[in-house]
Design a binder for this molecule. Sequence first.
Ligand code: DON
Length: 306
Amino acid sequence: MQDILNDICKTITAEPNKGKVASYIPELACIDPEQFGISVALPDGQVFNAGSAHQLFSIQSISKVFTLTIALGKLGDAIWSRVGREPSGDPFNSIVQLEHESGKPRNPFINAGAIAVTDAIMMGHKPRETLGEILQFVRFIADDNSIGIDEKVAQSEKLTGDRNASLAHFMAAFGNLKNPVEQVLGTYFHHCSISMSCEQLAQAGLFLVSDGINESTGFRVVSAQRARRINSLMMMCGHYDGSGEFAYRVGLPGKSGVGGGILAIAPGKASIAVWSPGLDSIGNSKLGTQALELLVQKTGWSIFGH
Ligand code: DON
């Protein structure tokens, strides 16, 4: 495995076209696109790293996997009255379907869906309390208490957050937000601004590899059925209108973030995190996807075969 990752790292770092870093969040616009990291965490506790696997980056929309998991724990199936579970076929920040579909976002991974999920898990609590809970959960699943939020990124998102504010107000107009819009947005921006390394992220995904149990810590995080369902949502919706392309090229459930990270799950095999800040035109990591494509070619991992 170490040889495979070293090879991938060599290929990816030599790639001339890195994609474009997200510029709509000013704090992310100044990240060096030349960086690349990859980590593969196995259920038996082994972790393999290559490149800048210990460098912290902004996990952005990957946090939506964690907030969905928390929401399912708190509300169970009731969350599905607030948000759907169909691919949107639209960009992550699109507003068009919200009007036709009465303020109910298509799925928990587009921005509108994640904002509704954030509102649902607040349950009348203050942003600080909800953020504390999200952070505690992420630290628990990654088995790492050092994980924190990058306040500068959160403030930067807030400054340029008109688009998310529009989505939130639009949902509020349909009665699909229960807490004050400003508080929901503040909580959402902050959980998107959690900083993690590839290694921490790969560890955090382990519960999705082994039917809800993090085998390396021995803790059950969710039921087997719930883990499978979260994986199915990642497969169908985790890359927005690029989800079909990701399924075709990589064949694993995955969730991307505009910080350039991707968490991918090979059920029964491994949790994989990659990071390359440059994005494709859809907003998914360009070389991160390519690295995962190389990894599945070399390992044979796929949910569509064995
Ligand atoms: O709300 C936003 O636009 C960002 N905080 C998250 C978007 C994102 O990561 C989309 N992913 N590829």
